[in-house]
Design a protein around this ligand. Structure first.
Ligand code: PLP
Length: 399
């Protein structure tokens, strides 16, 4: 079976570095906020190009703590309240919307662009214009946005930051799927007010358990987050805020430092696999290959995924003839794993019923859940495996 990921293979590839990193922790025994956490924060801050990075227990907690910190900073209150709307996409992992609920705010779901699967800035603009009057009447209003860089590809950040400025909204980038990804020469997570990362084992930079990080250029936001992650105070025996125990483990930071050395190499390997898929599958009737949004960025070479900064956390094709599930079954029989990200849009989940705002048909998201299928982009996957997968897909559509 060709797996979606081969984590054991990746471990073996980096074994010397990872084993040494773990051994060092066993020797120093500084398990809570040990030296590796600080070193990882500094290295990633420098890599992304931000002033502060703060290690967190997971990508989900990174979202929750960012929003809590913004509520404290902007409103002087512990939580947002239900009349505070936060715009995001319904076509994401549950955690994005869940974090909004846990911060006290209301998710406002806006539909995606059907080609990039990312939130559509034009629809955000329409929503804000259309609802301005309605919102004043209900004394509810939008306070911020969480664009999700889905599958490793940047949202249209120039548009989104422009809207944020016009309407005085904060922006938290959900970078869980796009570590190392870029927009117009800037690393993702350095553009909004804060960026949140996940080190879940299957992410582009993954640990051996849960982990996450927050990036920000704002001193105050970073200070508040550092309080929240250890019970809510600078002094944990005398606290100011309703806090969490949400630290990044020292041992995870040590493993991540070892794996971080390989991140650019591994992202480039992903881009090379994507180029093979693009070459082999483009023009095949019945599917649409992922759009490379470099064309939106006025870059000279719109065919190069490297200049685009798409880091292909997933390589997701669109099967627009109702045959997606049949294709998945066929590939499974041929020994090829695939995944559906995501089978249910957030606004159709019970948890968001009556707790979110949806003012228009989310047609594109509802269509995408039926049509998308993600192929394996294990960075160490050999070219012959990628070719085998494309051959079987061609067989399916031409038989
Ligand atoms: C994985 C993921 C998260 C959550 O990260 P965890 O580390 O699993 O808590 C949030 N948002 C998106 C888009 C994700 O893919």
């Amino acid at each position: 079976m060709i797996p979606m990921l081969d984590l054991y293979g990746e471990y073996n590839y980096m074994k010397k570095d990872i084993d040494a990193a773990i051994k060092q922790c066993l020797e120093h025994q500084k398990w809570i906020l040990g030296p590796e956490v600080k070193e990882l924060e500094q290295k990633i801050a420098e890599y992304i190009g931000v002033k502060h990075c703060v290690g967190i227990s997971s990508g989900t907690d990174a979202l929750v703590l960012s929003l809590r910190a913004l509520a404290i900073k902007l409103k002087g209150e512990e939580y947002f309240n239900r009349s505070d709307g936060i715009i995001t996409t319904p076509f994401t992992f549950t955690a994005t919307g869940d974090a909004i609920l846990r911060s006290g705010a209301t998710p406002v779901f806006i539909d995606i662009d059907p080609f990039t699967y990312n939130i559509d800035p034009n629809k955000i603009r329409e929503y804000l214009t259309r609802n301005a009057e309605l919102e004043t009447r209900n004394s509810s209003h939008v306070v911020g946005m969480i664009p999700v860089h889905l599958y490793g590809q940047s949202c249209e950040m120039d548009e989104i930051m422009g809207i944020a400025k016009e309407h005085n909204l904060f922006v938290v980038e959900d970078v869980a799927q796009a570590f190392g990804g870029m927009w117009n020469g800037k690393k993702l997570g350095s553009i909004g007010d804060a960026g949140t990362f996940s080190f879940f084992p299957s992410k582009n930079l993954g640990g051996f358990g849960d982990g996450g990080m927050i990036s920000t250029n704002d001193d105050q936001t970073s200070d508040i987050i550092r309080m929240l992650l250890k019970h809510g105070g600078k002094d944990k025996y005398n606290v100011d805020h309703i806090g969490y125990n949400a630290r990044l483990d020292t041992i995870q930071a040590a493993i991540l430092l070892a794996k971080f050395k390989y991140i650019d190499e591994f992202n480039e390997r992903r881009q090379k696999i994507a180029e093979i898929y693009n070459q082999e599958l483009s023009g095949l009737e019945g599917i649409t290959i992922p759009v490379n949004n470099a064309r939106n960025q006025n870059l000279n070479d719109s065919t190069s995924s490297v200049t685009n900064g798409h880091v292909y956390h997933q390589y997701t094709i669109n099967v627009n003839n109702g045959k997606r599930d049949e294709l998945q079954k066929y590939l499974k029989e041929e020994g090829i794993s695939t995944m559906i990200y995501y089978p249910v849009p957030l606004h159709k989940m019970k948890v968001f019923e009556g707790r979110s705002r949806v003012t228009e048909e989310l047609t594109e998201s509802e269509q995408a859940v039926n049509d998308v299928i993600s192929l394996s982009v294990e960075p160490l996957q050999e070219e012959k495996d990628t070719m085998f997968i494309t051959a079987k897909i061609k067989d399916f559509f031409t038989k």
